[in-house]
Ligand binder design. Structure first.
Ligand SMILES: Cc1ncc(COP(=O)(O)O)c(C=O)c1O
Length: 380
């Protein structure tokens, strides 16, 4: 059999929208970095995960669920979890959608809403899946840049929204900068978004920002608005459940949820994930503790990096966007040699920046020391 024809034949099958897509960059492989650095304890700061264990109630709930067996499919409606979320937010369960991570819901929204050629507006720098999923559907993506000082550019947003997008993805706080939109700025976006468009507020890092008095609760801002909207949240970040994959969306109306139900795979959230999320939601004290410890580290590390002369965007999330003053891919490679993984930013205009999630105080101290040494050397 001639195998050499296969790659060309496969390539010819791929839709042009898919062939031209940028790849999602999950960051360096910890095993590769361990081998490169000769350390067994890699410090992984690349994916905005929580360095703290989830609530002990999570392990107990998952253990119990597993003891009952995994031979049955999970609940396709996620009823116990949507009931618990609905109760905690004062939202009917029929206006909630669950996802295999909130990224799954981003994908479902694009599949349900977008036709080829539709316009999607999002921000730059931004979360790559806000661009990749719309492009899979053949949509055009307009990325609105922040100002030179990383602030929300109201005029640029107004202009982009006036072009008539069908879908708007806006992360608050912003990934990768960690900056938040104030209530007034959010109101401007809501007012400028065409009433026929779907406005999606991605609050993946919302729990970290909630103590900030400037930070608007997207659900409160959108609740009761007579327009299509969705607020996305996740158990991956502040709740520390990135490994089990569960996120949720609160929708303006049940018709939107029903559309996503038609698109999604029926069992998209596995049972251990549903059990884990219910347990995590029930432990508010643990969440508050994670948020408090994270904020303390954000403040401390920001201060240390600034004292070392680095520019750091003020962050209300669990990560920092840092101007290294030189090519960030080189900085990232040098950090790999020290056993530390960060994201070197690749969006045009930000190639000198890295995004680093914060970890425990001990790991953060190692990161600050290595980064400042590398930057001092490279910027000489
Ligand atoms: C802004 C934003 N939205 C959504 C997600 C997806 O998170 P998950 O699928 O783990 O819920 C992420 C993950 O990093 C993110 O940064």
């Amino acid at each position: 059999m001639n195998h050499s024809l296969a790659p060309a034949a496969s390539a010819a099958l791929i839709r042009k929208e898919v062939a031209g897509l940028p790849r999602y960059d999950p960051g360096a492989d910890p095993d590769v970095v361990a081998a490169l650095s000769g350390t067994h304890r890699v410090i992984k700061l690349s994916n905005n995960e929580s360095p703290f264990a989830a609530s002990p109630a999570v392990a107990e709930a998952v253990r119990q669920g597993l003891a009952e067996g995994v031979s049955r499919y999970p609940d396709p409606t996620g009823r116990r979890l949507t009931d618990a979320i609905g109760k905690s937010l004062g939202v009917p369960a029929g206006r909630l959608v669950l996802g295999n991570g909130s990224e799954n819901i981003l994908e479902l929204l694009c599949q349900a809403v977008l036709d080829p050629g539709d316009l999607v507006v999002t921000q730059a720098p931004g979360f790559s899946l806000h661009e990749i999923f719309p492009r899979v559907m053949g949509a055009q993506v307009e990325k609105v840049p922040v100002t030179a000082g990383f602030a929300f550019d109201a005029e640029a947003w107004r202009e982009a929204l006036a072009a008539g997008p069908k879908l708007v993805f806006l992360a608050n706080p912003c990934n990768p900068t960690g900056a938040v939109l104030s209530s007034g700025q959010l109101e401007q976006v809501i007012a400028a978004t065409p009433p026929s468009a779907l406005l999606v507020l991605d609050e993946a890092y919302g729990e970290f920002a909630r103590p900030d008095p400037e930070y608007p609760d997207g659900l409160e801002a959108l609740r009761g608005r007579d327009r299509p909207w969705m607020v996305l949240r996740t158990f991956s970040k502040a709740y520390g459940l990135a490994g089990v994959r569960v996120g949720y969306g609160i929708a303006s109306d049940s018709a939107l949820v029903q559309a996503l139900d038609r698109v999604r795979t029926p069992y998209n959230v596995n049972q251990p994930a549903q059990d884990a999320a219910i347990a995590a939601l029930g432990d508010g004290a643990h969440l508050a503790n994670t948020v408090r410890r994270t904020a303390a580290e954000i403040a401390r590390v920001t201060d240390r990096l600034r004292r070392a002369g680095l520019r750091v965007v003020p962050s209300s999330a669990n990560f920092l966007f840092i101007d290294t003053g030189c090519r960030s891919d080189r900085v990232a490679q040098e950090l790999h040699r020290a056993g530390i993984i960060v994201k070197a930013w690749r969006e045009p205009g930000y190639e000198n920046h890295i995004r680093a999630s914060l970890s425990t105080p001990e790991d953060n101290d190692v990161f600050v020391r290595c980064l400042t040494e590398i930057c001092a050397k490279d910027n000489q």
